[in-house]
Design a protein around this ligand. Structure first.
Ligand code: PSV
Ligand code: MN
Length: 397
């Protein structure tokens, strides 16, 4: 049994904790080798929001949905009122808006980093429209990921491209409303395999700094080399006041988009720990957007998102249990074994009974996945959506 002070800490933390769902996680998706279609997969923005509403309805911790402009707003800004209304109908709100400057044919050699000024202009126009969509849908964050890069040495002017990125992001920043943020995501490779323009957190940090005061860095947990210490990046970005948010997913090899915590739950725990430790030491709440960036082609999509949200809550609750005061003393005295035990003890605690109690006290189902399965929703959409002619359409490449 946990002492009640710990229980209270965990309950308070769970009351504040939420994690954003990605609309693209509900659509049919695949690998570059093909797609295995699911009859229940969402094919429209409305269906994605409906499915997200189901996840929030049983977990209580996913009140917002990140949207991808090209996939979810086919008519751009004109779709904003309908999409906002649909979200409200399904009990969720619009989260981060993700522009898409990587699919169009014109972006073959990059978007903001393209040597052709006309393409850079087109990319900027799309980014500015995306900021407008965020404003129109009541969303705060414009979340930027660029596929820009090159495949062969010597084919791109690395410094010129850095300069074009600085220019473009600065200009985009000028279009933000006072309460909006730009989140700059980084990724070392894929789709480009020689260089990526924003390859790591240092480059993202420099670009965010030069863009303006409302820009921050976004850490996608799948976007690092194997041995990278992600929680140290998190700690440094916190110390610099530059951590804006996360795209959570797990991986075994590269950017695998596996379920959060399925391979290395201790990694996620350590990230949460760094954030909570920072909050304890600074007395400030870190303004960090927790988002999921996973799109599953084998697991059933809604169930997988429930699994992810519950895992996020569990790992967050475990991190809350770290005794910060004790840890600080052990660290100062270099009591290595005792300091490490502070983390290990918290990580080893089974928080599931506590989460169950919290859920029941707050009016959420005690067992989210079971509640979803009992609801009959999956059977209903499988029949309804499966009856559509031909394979289910997808807006996810
Ligand atoms: C790119 O790998 C990424 O992580 C970006 O966040 C995209 O928006 C997302 O995946 C979906 O393609
Ligand atoms: Mn991402």
């Amino acid at each position: 049994m946990l002492p009640s002070r710990d229980e209270e800490k965990v309950w308070n933390a769970l009351d504040q904790f939420s994690v954003e769902l990605p609309s693209w996680g509900f659509a049919n998706t695949g690998t570059r080798f093909g797609k295995f279609l699911q009859p229940a997969a969402a094919a429209t923005t409305e269906e994605k929001l409906a499915d997200a509403g189901q996840v929030h309805g049983v977990t209580g911790c996913c009140p917002s949905v990140a949207l991808h402009v090209l996939w979810d707003f086919p008519r751009g800004l004109a779709d904003a009122p309908d999409v906002t209304a649909a979200a409200a109908r399904y009990g969720v709100r619009i989260g981060a808006i993700n522009p898409n400057v990587f699919q169009d044919q014109q972006y073959k050699h990059g978007s903001l980093g393209n040597p052709d000024p006309e393409v850079r202009k087109a990319a900027l126009a799309h980014l500015v429209e995306s900021a407008g969509i965020a404003a129109a849908t009541g969303s705060r964050d414009v979340s930027l990921w660029f596929a820009d890069g090159s495949n062969y040495p010597g084919t791109a002017n690395l410094r010129a491209r850095k300069h074009w990125f600085e220019e473009g992001l600065r200009e985009l920043h000028g279009h933000l409303r006072a309460d909006q943020r730009l989140l700059v995501e980084y990724k070392p490779f894929e789709p480009a395999f020689y260089h990526t323009d924003i390859a790591d957190w240092g480059m993202a940090l420099l670009l965010a700094r030069s863009a303006g005061p409302q820009a921050r860095v976004l850490v996608d947990t799948g976007h690092h080399y194997q041995a990278q210490n992600i929680e140290q990046i998190v700690a440094w970005l916190l110390a610099e006041g530059m951590l804006g948010g996360f795209h959570f997913n797990d991986r075994r090899y590269a950017d695998d988009d596996l379920t959060l915590g399925s391979i290395d739950p201790y990694q996620v725990f350590r990230i949460f720990h760094e954030i909570l430790f920072y909050e304890w030491e600074s007395g400030k709440r870190a303004d960090v957007a927790y988002m999921i960036d996973q799109s599953h082609n084998l697991k059933p999509k809604i169930e997988e998102m429930i699994q992810t949200a519950v895992m996020a809550q569990e790992l967050y609750a475990k991190a809350v249990l770290v005794d910060h005061a004790r840890l600080a003393i052990h660290q100062r005295s270099a009591e290595l074994v005792d300091a490490e035990a502070c983390l290990q003890g918290a990580f080893a605690t089974d928080v599931r009974p506590l989460l169950r109690e919290w859920r029941m006290a707050r009016g959420w189902p005690a067992a989210p996945l079971a509640a979803f399965r009992e609801s009959g929703y999956l059977e209903r959409i499988t029949t309804e959506r499966g009856a559509r002619a031909g394979p289910a359409a997808s807006s996810y490449a």
